[in-house]
Design a protein around this ligand. Structure first.
Ligand SMILES: Nc1ncnc2c1ncn2[C@@H]1O[C@H](COP(=O)(O)OP(=O)(O)OP(=O)(O)O)[C@@H](O)[C@H]1O
Ligand SMILES: [Mg+2]
Length: 465
């Protein structure tokens, strides 16, 4: 292919790509500058293309330009967050990376910058931080409803021997301020344990904050944890991170293995030195925070796979809590079930007093990939659908079988806010299935569902089915 054709291909590629792209040649001329980049940097493409970029961007010191650094110093700059005002006066946040391109004999022949617009994600993480600071006890004192549900050891049910010894270990952990490392599958009660430890400890009047490390883009996590400083290169605002907000309390770091590797070593340093530095800042800020970290896969495997730094793991693992999955302590299933039925009777105004033998069998033999959360939701769905019966029978238990475990777990991830929607959805799909199985005959469908014909009719009207 001729050089001209290559240029055409690259230009087309850049214009169709979902990224902002800027390429400069070794003579410091911009050879590709796509529409997305023009939007991000609020400059007309024609004013940049084919021109010496240092002149076009003369308002930037050349040493501060990552493209200049790539061309002159062969330096790559990876995933740096920047905030701009775009042409419409809206703040845009992007994550930029700049790389030199080397020719056959190792000289720099070009450099390119790619940027991803993450404004939406940024807004989300800012909202998250704002919400979390609202959830702090300082505000809760003013009689506001605390946003996080407070769990204590009394909420942890189960008498399995091994499980009991795990609870005792956790109780002992609340007497100290040492870091805690919790390993347990999804839905097994890691948050329940973490909060119980906090609210039984000397720090109970301090804040309890939680952050799932997998829920936030890598490039934003550092700012969320350690805070950011105004101005400078990143254009970020002055904001305390979770470490400062959790001062005097406990910070739960969920799925710690999702934290980027180099951030894990920064975290280790913070734990050793007990001060933090905000992103872009130079001041050392002392912090007194107890860390509880969790993973939902075997930590040794995570270390082997290079997802979890072993030095961080050993630093966090001063107190170690391994919660066995529910299928390995089936003797707890019925106790948990009774507890959940009691709560749901109250919540939905129902009167389930007991379980049928078949229902018991079914409950005990299920494997629960979603663990206690799955059991909890299963019972809630059953109780809420009960009419006036006092016995919970096996056909009221709607196991979600055959689905991918991960998908099941996502389905089971409920909060009080979406519980009603979820239950409505479950109920509708069960009714649909029953109607299909009885060829639309309402009496038969009601029989299949073990509810009265009138009840089914009422539900059909309610859902407009
Ligand atoms: N032993 C228990 N007794 C009573 N309720 C429990 C118990 N274990 C878990 N639960 C309940 O199960 C649900 C899931 O627990 P939790 O949120 O603590 O799990 P998790 O391990 O943090 O899950 P994930 O990995 O998805 O974050 C909660 O409603 C919790 O109250
Ligand atoms: Mg959790």
């Amino acid at each position: 292919m001729k050089a001209k054709e290559y240029q055409k291909v690259i230009t087309e590629l850049a214009n169709k790509a979902d990224l902002a792209i800027h390429i400069v040649d070794k003579a410091y001329h911009s050879i590709v500058y796509n529409e997305n980049m023009a939007i991000v940097e609020k400059i007309q493409r024609e004013d940049v293309l084919g021109k010496p970029f240092l002149e076009v961007f003369s308002h930037i010191e050349k040493e501060d330009s990552t493209l200049w650094q790539a061309l002159s110093n062969r330096k790559s700059t990876i995933n740096v967050e920047q905030t701009y005002q775009n042409a419409y006066g809206k703040q845009v946040t992007s994550v930029n990376s700049t790389y030199p391109v080397f020719g056959e004999d190792g000289e720099v022949i070009a450099a390119f910058e790619i940027a991803r617009d993450i404004t939406g994600i940024k807004d989300m993480s800012e909202t998250l931080l704002a919400l979390q600071s609202e959830a702090r006890p300082a505000k809760a004192k003013t009689a506001e409803k605390p946003m996080i549900r407070r769990y204590t050891f009394d909420d942890i049910k189960g008498n399995n021997r091994e499980f009991k010894s795990v609870i005792n270990r956790a109780k002992r952990a609340s007497n100290s301020s040492a870091s805690v490392f919790i390993y347990g599958e999804t839905g097994i009660g890691k948050e329940l344990f973490a909060q119980s430890i906090h609210y039984a400890s000397e720090r109970k009047n301090g804040p309890f904050l939680a952050q799932n490390c997998a829920a936030i883009p890598e490039s934003l996590l550092e700012g969320i944890l350690f805070g950011t400083t105004k101005g400078g290169f990143t254009g970020a605002v002055d904001r305390a991170g979770l470490f400062e907000q959790a001062n005097g309390g406990t910070l739960l770091l969920d799925e710690i293995s999702a934290m980027p590797y180099d951030l894990q070593s920064k975290l280790l340093r913070v734990l050793q030195e007990e001060y933090i530095r905000r992103v872009g800042g130079s001041k050392d800020i002392p912090v007194d925070v107890r860390i509880i970290a969790t993973v939902n896969r075997d930590p040794q495997k995570l270390i082997e796979e290079g997802r979890l730094r072993s030095d961080l793991y050993y630093r966090l693992n001063i107190i170690n809590i391994d919660i066995p999955p529910l299928r390995e302590r089936r003797d707890d299933i019925l106790e948990l079930t009774d507890e959940f039925i009691k709560k749901d009777n109250e919540k939905f105004g129902k009167e389930i007093w007991m379980l049928s033998e078949k229902a018991k069998e079914k409950l005990i033999s299920h494997d629960y990939p979603g663990n206690v959360r799955e059991l909890r939701n299963l019972i809630t769905a059953a109780v809420s659908m009960a009419d006036r019966e006092h016995v919970l029978t096996e056909n009221m238990l709607m196991f979600v079988e055959g689905a991918e475990p991960r998908k099941q777990i996502d389905k089971f991830r409920l909060s009080d806010d979406n519980l009603d929607d979820y239950l409505e959805m479950v109920e509708k799909s069960i009714i649909k299935e029953a109607l299909a199985a009885s060829d639309g005959n309402i009496s038969k469908a009601a029989e299949l569902l073990a509810i009265k014909r009138q009840t089914l009719q009422h539900k059909l009207r309610k859902y407009g089915m």
